[in-house]
Design a protein around this ligand. Sequence first.
Ligand code: SF4
Length: 144
Amino acid sequence: MKPKIAVSACLMGINCKYNGGNNYNQKVIDLSEKYELVPICPEQSGGLKIPRLPAEIKSDRVFLKDGTDVTEQFLKGAEISLKTALDNNCHKAVLKARSPSCGSNGIYNGNFDKTVIMRDGITAELFKRNNITVYTEEELKGLL
Ligand code: SF4
């Protein structure tokens, strides 16, 4: 049986991205030769609609571009995604770079000006605190 890894659903081609599209990545799909891919989308799981406005983290809250506070939805989605990962015995995850949920070691700064700061998204941070190793789609070498 292949080991399971949690994967941002948008990287697998599922249309759960804020704009209704996806971030399909063939290299991520190719991981299915070695792993069983378990899709997660914290923002959808947290109850946010598709499409939705983009969101960024400012201090310890998460806001849509129009200023709506969506921190609770992000926290709920992170918990649901963590449960999915743990229930499936995932020790690793491939999460979308720079997302306020899924980004690891780099997300946007909260000003919607495309500036990246060294910080984790809400779900990536929760995964790491629960000993799940997080990779982005830009650093898959450790999984091959
Ligand atoms: Fe993709 Fe994560 Fe955003 Fe969902 S929350 S659309 S999985 S980056």
